[in-house]
Design a protein around this ligand. Structure first.
Ligand code: UDP
Ligand code: MG
Length: 315
């Protein structure tokens, strides 16, 4: 198999046909043996039926249906596990990723890269969201050890060894943006115009984006824990200085008026910082807990047609 395209689909019934038509224009041009893996991530609409219809019309379309909604990261990894291609492309089902870019990505990959990444600009997005994203990436790149780039998502083409590298990472808290960066290899980037979704609604609400942002920071290192040590040291030093000052004042001038302001400020301030870092510790603990269970990342309910080779089990 020359080229596999993995498409995570969650409630995308109105987009699959359009996606197929768009892919039809580009895939036969860049490859003479390709497959498209539609991963149905436990959709509650007619996505699965639609996917089966496409695969009956064209045997190059394979359907992988997960037993429930596992989330996009899991759907992606399910697709990658079942992909047989020497090159593997990843694309969203909602046509926000222009499929015709594969025509540029394939030759670039062949010229010696292991990852060709499509980077979207942020035209047409609200000014606040662009600003928040910009600040976030600036902060995150200080904190994490892998370089994360704004506008770079899952839309990309990978070589077989890059895919194998991704699959060799067994963690279940997967922040794929970071994993893609972590595996390294030579990476080429091309840009495209930001587009709006063809049909349906985005599955990523603001709280989900916030959680995604926190994942980005804690997935790749333990610097937030280190930060809590530094902050603790600073506060302890300040507290000692202040204690010395209070003792000296009491010895020199006797007991003064009790300081309400000082007490309330220190109680609230230190309490807040305590809670914050308790949360940080809890976050890591929670991750250790979920990793230690070693559950599979996804469960397959059905796949058509049966892949010839059994996908490797998780070790
Ligand atoms: N998706 C998925 N499982 C989910 C959520 C999303 O497979 O639980 C898929 C979705 O069908 C789409 C892609 O992931 O193909 C990106 O989702 P969406 O368009 O909602 O995200 P956005 O473009 O708004 O970031
Ligand atoms: Mg989208």
């Amino acid at each position: 198999m020359d080229l596999s395209i993995v498409v995570p689909c969650y409630n995308e019934q109105d987009n699959l046909e359009g996606l197929r038509n768009a892919l039809q224009h580009v895939l036969p041009e860049v490859s003479d043996e390709y497959e498209v893996i539609l991963v149905d991530d436990g959709s509650s609409d007619a996505t699965l039926a639609e996917a089966h219809r496409l695969s009956e019309e064209d045997p190059a379309y394979r359907v992988l249906s997960l037993s429930r909604n596992f989330g996009k990261e899991a759907a992606l990894i399910a697709g990658l596990t079942h992909a047989r291609g020497d090159r593997v492309g990843i694309i969203d089902a909602d046509l926000q990723h222009p499929p015709e870019l594969f025509a540029r990505m394939v030759p670039l990959l062949d010229s010696g890269y292991d990852q060709v990444v499509a980077r979207r600009d942020r035209k047409g997005e609200s000014a606040i969201r662009s600003l928040v994203t910009k600040l976030y990436y600036r902060a995150v790149n200080r904190l994490v050890d892998v370089p994360l780039q704004d506008g770079v998502g899952d839309f990309r083409l990978l070589s077989r060894r890059a895919v194998d590298a991704l699959l060799s990472m067994p963690e279940c808290n997967r922040f794929s943006k970071g994993l893609f960066a972590w595996i390294g290899f030579d990476t080429a980037t091309i840009s495209y115009r930001n587009a709006t979704r063809a049909a349906g609604k985005s599955k990523f609400s603001f709280p989900k984006l916030l959680n995604y942002g926190i994942d980005g920071i804690v997935s790749f290192n333990s610097k937030p824990l280190r930060a809590s040590i530094y902050l603790g040291l600073i506060i302890t030093a300040l507290a000692f200085c202040y204690a010395g000052f209070v003792v000296a004042q009491t010895l020199l001038h006797g007991v003064g008026v009790p300081g309400y302001a000082t007490i309330i400020v220190s109680v609230v301030g230190i309490g807040g910082i305590n809670l914050l870092f308790l949360g940080v510790i809890g976050e890591y603990l929670g991750r250790i807990y979920s990793e230690s269970k070693r559950r599979p990342l996804f469960l397959v309910k059905d796949s058509t047609p049966e892949p010839e080779a059994v996908p490797r089990p998780r070790t």
